[in-house]
Ligand binder design. Sequence first.
Ligand code: ZN
Ligand code: ZN
Length: 603
Amino acid sequence: MDMNPLSHKTLSEAAASRLAASLLDGSLSPGTQLPPERELMNQLGISRTTLREALKSLEENRLIESRPNIGWFVCKIDESNITQAKALAGEHINQTPRVATDEPATRPRRVPVSPEKPLHIPNLKEDRLGTFEFISWWEREKVDKAKVLVVGAGALGNEVIKNLALMGVGNIFIIDFDNIEAANLSRSVLFRETDNQRSKAEVVAARAKAINPQIKVQYLNTDVTTGLGLGIIRRMDVVVGCLDNREARLAVNRFCYWLDKPWVDGAIQELLGLMRVFVPGQGACYECTLTEQALRDLSLRYSCQLLARQNVLLGKVPTTPTIASIIGGMQSQEVLKLIHDMPVESGKVVHFNGLNNHMHTTAYNPREDCESHWTYGEITELPARAERATLSDMLTIARADLGKEAMIELDQELVTSLECPKCHAKEEVLRPVSEITFEAGHCPDCGELREAQFTHMITGEEPFLHRTLANVGVPPLHILRAHNGYEYRFYELNGDEAEALHFRHFEQPEEEHAIPVEGRVRLKEEVTLEDAPSNPARNRIRLKDEKPLAEVVVKSANSGVRIGVSQKAVKVKKASRNRVRTQDPERTKKGQAKSAQGRVKLC
Ligand SMILES: [Zn+2]
Ligand SMILES: [Zn+2]
């Protein structure tokens, strides 16, 4: 019997062989620096002594050179050293795959050392994110592809957005309804004196893009509780709350639960701060953390949203840039962990007390009867747009799926009339409550706060069914709920997607699609917003150009229903007959049903 003799290679020889093979196949290119010793030790699974022996043998063969106090650098392979390199590489020379072939030539190529994380030799002179490659768990592709929604662009939002941009989080969506004022400048690293009265969301988006032009950004200048289409949350990986009020936190919490998205909350006041991560179904959610009293206060304020919004605007909390950095930094790290699918402590809170620098973690108790614990079932994507589809259209679609009992449940209360309790003057209105200002809530004659009549259930009896969804306060790319008393269905206004979610703000136009934009924001060094277009959507390329309304047939399991949605073939995706997978809709929606139709005194 013929047997090959066993190899007596030492570990250091094997390591040198691997590294030499990487030099030969170009994965380690001449002039680049080798990763730090610890990294190489981990990747090769060897001790420091063994690694040093391997490096020494590479140095003796003039394959790498040491630069004192800096590290090891790869030498050029030429006639003088190629024989030695081949001899050292030995058996590894042919079996080493070139991992880097699918990557663009401009990116540093990888050393095929560990199958878990290929060793990446960055070019620190050209690659702004190169240093992160030395972090053992860092996955550049995941970070680059991540979609993160940041709600709030105040002190915390500034810190979080700055960090996300620096770390190269690829797609950042920023929402805030507020404008910048002088007092924000003391704790918001991205604001400048010249930004006074500009939209916070727009300015931070522009500055994030200026910090790192490789990322994509989008901003929305609106109130998260009423103006954000749920389809946007549905397309995010992580949501970060940088908020200063309970109403907005509660709204974000419910949206994230409905769409099964993790969210990271932060709160700061003077020297105190807290940070917590909520993952639906894993421990407590934000609403679980609220006391009975707080919930009562909130529901009171919900029936009185005019005052609630006024309070949000007035209720400024004193904060400092230092506590914002600490908590914003912690939030950003949790976002990074969620992007990497690393474990997070969901349903727990980290308290930081800057007075004594004490930090402690506490777990919240999940509440059995928490109203937030409800996840949407399968979502049907409709090629409809909030601006075009009417309440009647939606009702027709819902009835095709759920029968003639189907009703549309709006997320926002619709004010149908305002009446003065003193002079009894009644004004018919039909506007979402978010569009009624504090002033408009008062009687124009005597100044008394008027009583409002609300509704949020569309039953088919309403005299305003011809109104568009946008007209009754439904934001673009929203997901609407319909139910027939025992089953829910969810419909997304997918026709809005191209315009509502693009991550293209402050992007330089590509040459072939270049559109001359009047006063385009410049990205040289500091972004100036002096001449930013007032409506950035106006100049965007429209990806789906919708034709005027026309009758089309929606294919439905029940019947062919004629509705006016769009001239395109209306395809109802994923319209399964599945029931909502979670709970009894009656029980879960009871909170909203209470105020469905009734007279509510504003305050
Ligand atoms: Zn809860
Ligand atoms: Zn009056």
